[in-house]
Design a protein around this ligand. Structure first.
Ligand SMILES: Cc1cc2nc3c(=O)[nH]c(=O)nc-3n(C[C@H](O)[C@H](O)[C@H](O)COP(=O)(O)O)c2cc1C
Ligand code: SF4
Ligand code: FES
Length: 673
């Protein structure tokens, strides 16, 4: 819409829709931007008046979130992922190429008004990087040549359709973000619609699009498939062995067979939105049991399972629940953290796209356990596919009596609402997330009070990650002891490892805690995609340490990782080959913190910017020894005096790079090898 037209649009109907909604500012801003393409300054007074806020508060929120724009964008928005897993596959060069080709910097629009170029920090497509997003479509493995092709075809959405209708078989093909980014929709268009089930992904991303076919022997697979392969696959189904893309029986594929899937057992099996399929595969059994139990018994099951939070901090889930259960209040909440901002992580996305009812069930169990009747899912805007799926799943679960009032005929009531974030990484931190759900800037709160006592809208709130809540379903269904028997030491149950970056076989690996990093990198991953030696592995997202080959035998569990000054975080494992410049990676850690800091405390807000400058001086050999001491002092200050783990853990990738890859911090090695 041209800007002058937008200035005059009447937004009163949107305002009416949101002004009574608790924390309605973000949803309203999203709605305005959706309708107008941006949020003109002229609408701010109307919004402020309607929500009883000052104009400064509304401007403050608009300017805090990268997704909100107060000026019109181009006809198309192209986002280039700048985060680590994409860096490992050449996104820095792609970024330079994109800027040069389009003749714009980040945040600018081409002179013809057609394309706005933006940075993004992870699209959840890390196993098939570098990733870019053009409007709502994510693309995988984008090199400079493919970038040029995509830009050339940006206004052309012609879709070839050649249906292979000479078959009676039933096909299964994922509709998840990564499969679609790798061309699954083109493959789907070749197949008869009524014989094709669109599933979630099994997480074997190196094989996507993975086309599965029902046969007398079971489900067989072909992959990675392109549209032009479909005809030959269809004609080879009865004797598939000779087809070059034939993978055998899907359940027997080594990468999948070796895993022990609990949370991801249903992923990729059927239509994620089919509620009968979900129930046939054990779904809602945990909820039925929880409803028949006392609140305390449900909490005890979670405690006995040993489940710890999967969002990063690994806090005991049962203890958090107990606190909320024991805190009297007229209203309690479950807040699901689906922000998944860490580079190299995509398990939350995979689960929500492949098995959304599991999250709904887990949240409802948590609600039942602590006496909460409302739940919020804080959802990142970078996941448009998952958002659509989850919205439909919530609607269907409500229609079928698994959500809403009198669930399954009982006295349990539970309602779920999705709240969309707007591109700020810090909103994954639980208290910043609560502020964001309340419609504010995502500023970290000081603790105490704990969210379990004074959380969302000041009420007791269980904040858990998607995977933590999802795990509650099988704990209730199969019993706490079954879950507790898996794992090692105080790391109980299974870990969803997300393998990405410069790796031959990237994907999701769910196994009990305790598997060695070597097994993940060498046996599952089979080394780098480039074929060069693995040099560094970043585990645990952008705040995680860079590890050398020497620690490959470390078991992946919380205790063993703490012992090597590392953390598992949300389970992301990102590989880099020997061309990586580790001083540049350390610099990026500080830069990322500077970009994403909420700004509340000085060590993080100022320290991260100073950190970039100090690393630059070290690499330029400018007062090198003094600056090395300064960098360590700065890291000490950030660790000791930051209010939250954003500033407190940013030194981890920096220090580990210094410790294990010190040679890179020199003039000779600057700019990579
Ligand atoms: C900077 C920062 C970002 C975070 N991002 C996420 C996130 O995206 N998802 C998440 O579940 N937890 C994230 N966390 C951890 C949350 O603060 C919190 O510990 C978690 O949501 C609690 O759920 P859990 O106990 O199930 O892990 C982040 C923490 C920090 C400091
Ligand atoms: S450490 Fe950084 S992100 Fe955390 S509160 Fe301080 S300024 Fe905000
Ligand atoms: S998609 Fe780029 S790091 Fe995740």
């Amino acid at each position: 819409m041209p800007p002058n037209q937008a200035e005059t649009v009447d937004i009163s109907s949107m305002v009416d829709q949101f002004h009574d909604l608790p924390g309605g500012l973000l949803p309203l801003l999203h709605a305005v931007q959706e309708a107008l393409g941006y949020i003109p300054d002229s609408v701010v007074p109307t919004i402020a008046d309607a929500l009883n806020l000052s104009r400064a508060e509304v401007h403050g929120v608009i300017s805090f979130y990268p997704d909100f724009h107060s000026h019109p964008l181009g006809n198309h928005v192209v986002q280039i992922c700048r985060a680590e897993a994409c860096q490992a596959m050449g996104s820095r060069q792609l970024e330079i190429h994109a800027k040069k080709t389009l003749g714009v910097e980040f945040g600018e629009t081409t002179p013809d008004g057609n394309i706005t170029l933006e940075p993004v920090y992870c699209l959840g497509n890390c196993a098939c990087s570098p990733s870019i997003r053009i409007d709502d479509q994510i693309h995988a493995h984008v090199d400079t040549a493919q970038f040029d092709q995509l830009i050339e075809g940006i206004d052309n959405s012609a879709q070839a359709v050649t249906t292979a209708d000479n078959t009676s078989h039933k096909f299964y093909l994922s509709m998840d973000t990564t499969a679609v980014a790798k061309g699954a929709d083109d493959v789907a268009r070749q197949l008869p619609e009524n014989q094709l089930v669109r599933t979630g992904s099994r997480g074997l991303f190196y094989l996507e699009p993975l086309l599965e076919v029902d046969t007398d022997q079971g489900r067989i697979g072909f992959g990675p498939v392109t549209a032009s392969d479909v005809e030959s696959i269809v004609s080879s189904i009865d004797a598939p062995d000779d087809h070059p893309l034939y993978l055998g029986i899907v359940d027997e594929i080594d990468y999948l067979k070796k895993q022990q899937r609990v949370t991801f057992a249903r992923a990729g099996v059927g239509d994620p939105l089919n509620i009968e399929t979900y129930q046939r595969l054990g779904g809602f059994e945990g909820l039925r049991k929880a409803i028949a139990m006392s609140e305390q018994d449900v909490v005890d099951q979670i405690k006995e399972s040993g489940l710890r939070g999967r969002g990063g901090a690994a806090f005991a889930a049962g203890i958090k629940m107990q606190t909320v259960l024991d805190t009297p209040a007229d209203q309690k909440y479950i807040a699901c953290n689906a922000d998944e901002g860490d580079s190299g992580t995509f398990a939350d996305r995979l689960l929500m796209e492949a098995d959304p009812y599991q999250l709904i069930e887990g949240m409802t169990i948590a609600g039942r356990a602590v006496g909460a009747t409302r739940g919020y899912i804080y959802f990142r805007s970078e996941y448009p596919v998952a958002l659509k799926i989850l919205n439909v799943a919530i609607e269907r679960a409500t229609d079928e009596g698994f959500l809403g009032d009198s669930i399954l005929g009982s006295s349990t009531n539970f309602h779920i609402e999705i709240r969309l974030g707007a591109g700020a990484y810090i909103c994954g931190e639980e208290t910043a997330m609560l502020d964001s759900i309340e419609g504010k800037r995502g500023m970290v709160r000081a603790k105490p009070p704990l969210p379990a006592i004074e959380g969302l809208f000041g009420k007791p709130t269980v904040v858990n990650n998607v995977l933590t809540l999802a795990a509650m379903t099988s704990i209730l269904e199969k019993g706490a002891s079954v879950y507790e028997q898996l794992g090692s030491d105080r790391s109980r149950g299974t870990l969803a490892i997300q393998l990405s970056g410069n790796v031959k076989r990237g994907g999701l690996i769910e196994v009990p805690f305790g598997i060695s990093l070597r097994e993940v990198v060498e046996n599952y991953g089979q080394g780098t995609a480039s074929g060069r030696p693995v040099r560094a592995i970043q585990v645990g997202g952008p705040l995680g340490a860079y590890l050398p080959q020497a620690v490959l035998d470390t078991p992946l569990d919380y205790e063993s990782f703490a012992a090597i000054n590392a953390m598992i975080g949300h389970g992301g494992v990102v590989l880099f080959d020997d061309t990586v410049d580790m001083a540049a990676q350390a610099r990026f850690a500080m830069e990322f913190c500077a970009v994403e800091s909420c700004g509340k405390c000085t060590p993080c807000r100022i320290g991260s910017t100073r950190g970039v400058e100090v690393i630059d001086r070290i690499v330029e050999d400018n007062n090198r020894d003094e600056n090395l001491i300064l960098l360590h002092d700065l890291c000490d200050t950030m660790e000791d005096a930051s209010l939250c783990a954003m500033g407190g853990l940013t030194p981890s990738p920096v220090r580990s790079a210094l410790e294990h890859f010190f040679d890179d911090f020199s003039v000779e090695s600057a700019g990579g090898k």
